[in-house]
Design a protein around this ligand. Structure first.
Ligand code: SF4
Ligand code: SF4
Length: 514
């Protein structure tokens, strides 16, 4: 009687890690791909600024360098979509007894489809910034892959109709073909297939010991014809180590620079490195956000008043262009011919970067009485937006908004976009007070905000709680809130790639104002 083969330790470890990442970070593949897109678009449009873009690059920066160095451990061990492929195939082969193999001569051509998908995405979707969310199976999977409640298919169909249908085909196909999506369709897998070619971890399996055995080929998750190779150099290898675990002769081994390595150790090392980078990146972002977001700054540094000032007295408003074309609006006060105060009315840049630039740039402008000052390193676009806006205000000296005196040292403590809004504005639309409202974010999670109205205008929005994934929520948060305050309306654009979080915030603010 044939004995049942025991599952190896490395495969048990891999399954545990897959389950953990499926629960904790199911959207990491989408975040990584979005990071690659941000880098590409930033470079193509000449707007790439590492420090400003950093929060949206964390996923990609944690995974790509490790993939380059060690191989596709992300695909084999961490990716939720890849794990789904593994589990569906297990279901198909063990429960439904489905056995289907694509012939190697066809398989080798089908593998190029994912490179075509990547090229089409880059050429048409990224270059023209088309929004194909509705057709994205990853988005549908993001909505449906919840472990805390039943998958909401109606919701996925409503927002990602084509993506959900595509996901259904992928699910059915994965019952028949192991890792169907990874092998033939995944654009991120195409990127990894290219970068992992240089990895120092390689599977070695001297052919002379294999003889007629083809077990590793039969077990390979990605259908690599291993019987042809002594050493696996294919970018298709996802470091699942099924070949190593199943070799009855212990002939297949993972090696680093020619030396054999324990596969469980290799997996643990790669996963720890990627997770460590991911946590460090998020921690850095949180620290920067917290220090900038809760800081106080002085506006309106007083200068000595002489008779030699060059500007007409008054308070003037001007606009400039900040990060990614966002509008920065400032109010500049001139007394005795000198710039004595600059206040931010609104901006569309990310708050941490804007706040970092604002103090330094406005102080320099007031000190030098010139808008030609140094940009703050790491916040260049925000700095330039502020300088532009002040220049614009000074050119608008004929359009005096108010000539009322201002205090020379106004302490601003708000954590959000508007530091001071003219309380006499005729656009006042709301009753003063602080209101709480809720909205529906990603996967129907609840977003709760507190909105402060002063002088009839929205002057501050603070998030009380949210249930969306932090990277997406944070991506949406600064931009949406800044725009709501700038336009004094909740009908603003959602942030691309964080649509649900954006909508949740808008809903919550609208609810508070109601
Ligand atoms: S190929 Fe794509 S879907 Fe498959 S594991 Fe890799 S990133 Fe995930
Ligand atoms: S070659 Fe081995 S480690 Fe690579 S995908 Fe195939 S079975 Fe997994």
């Amino acid at each position: 009687m044939a004995t049942k083969k025991k599952i190896s330790k490395v495969q048990i470890l891999r399954i545990i890690i897959q389950i953990l990442f499926f629960i904790i970070l199911p959207g990491l593949y989408a975040a990584s791909f979005a990071g690659i897109k941000t880098i590409y678009q930033g470079l193509m449009q000449g707007t790439f600024d590492f420090s400003q873009d950093f929060p949206s690059l964390i996923g990609a920066l944690s995974i790509i360098p490790i993939t380059l160095l060690l191989g596709r451990f992300f695909c084999g061990w961490m990716c939720a979509f890849g794990a789904l492929g593994d589990w569906l195939h297990l279901l198909g082969s063990k429960v439904f007894r489905i056995k289907y193999n694509i012939k190697p001569e066809i398989d080798k051509y089908l593998k190029y489809i994912k490179f075509c998908v990547l090229i089409l995405l880059v050429l048409f979707v990224w270059n023209f910034d088309w929004n194909l969310d509705i057709a994205n199976p990853w988005n549908a999977f993001g909505v449906l892959s919840t472990v805390t409640k039943l998958p909401d298919v109606a919701y996925a169909m409503q927002y990602f109709a084509f993506g959900t249908i595509l996901l259904l085909f992928i699910i059915i196909g994965s019952l028949f073909i192991e890792r169907l999506f990874c092998r033939y369709l995944c654009p991120l897998g195409a990127v990894f297939a290219l970068v992992s070619k240089l990895s120092i971890f390689k599977i070695k399996k001297p052919l002379d010991k294999c003889q007629s055995c083809r077990l590793c080929t039969k077990k390979c998750s990605m259908g690599i014809p291993l019987y042809n190779y002594d050493k696996v150099t294919s970018g298709e290898c996802i470091q699942c180590f099924k070949c190593v675990s199943n070799c009855p002769k212990k002939n297949a081994n993972i090696t680093v620079l020619g030396n054999e390595l324990n596969p469980a150790f290799a997996g643990a090392l790669a996963i720890t490195a990627m997770t460590g980078l991911y946590c460090a990146g998020n921690l850095m972002t949180d620290v920067v956000t917290a220090s900038a977001g809760t800081g106080t700054y002085l506006t309106g540094s007083a200068i000595s008043q002489t008779e030699n000032g060059q500007y007409a007295d008054g308070t003037y408003e001007g606009t400039g262009t900040g990060f990614r074309g966002a509008t920065t609006k400032v109010s500049v006060t001139v007394e005795n011919g000198y710039i004595t105060n600059i206040e931010a009315i609104s901006y569309g840049d990310d708050a941490p970067y804007f706040n970092r630039a604002f103090n330094s740039v406005t102080e320099s402008i007031i000190d030098s009485q010139s808008t030609d000052v140094d940009a703050v390193s790491g916040a260049t676009y925000s700095s330039n937006g502020i300088m532009d806006a002040v220049s614009d205000a000074l050119q608008n000296t004929a359009v005096s908004v108010t000539s009322s005196a201002i205090s020379s040292t106004t302490e601003s403590t708000t954590t959000q976009a508007v530091d001071s809004i003219n309380s006499n504005s005729s656009t006042s639309a709301y009753t003063d007070g602080t209101y709480t409202g809720t909205g529906t974010g990603f996967r129907r999670g609840t977003t709760t905000v507190s909105v402060t109205v002063s002088g009839g205008l929205i002057t501050d929005i603070e998030v009380v709680s949210y249930q969306d994934d932090a990277p997406y929520f944070n991506r949406a948060y600064n931009t949406v809130i800044s725009e709501i305050m700038e336009t004094q309306s909740t009908n603003v654009d959602a942030v691309s790639g964080a649509t649900f979080s954006s909508n949740g915030i808008m809903d919550a603010v609208a609810d508070a104002l109601n």
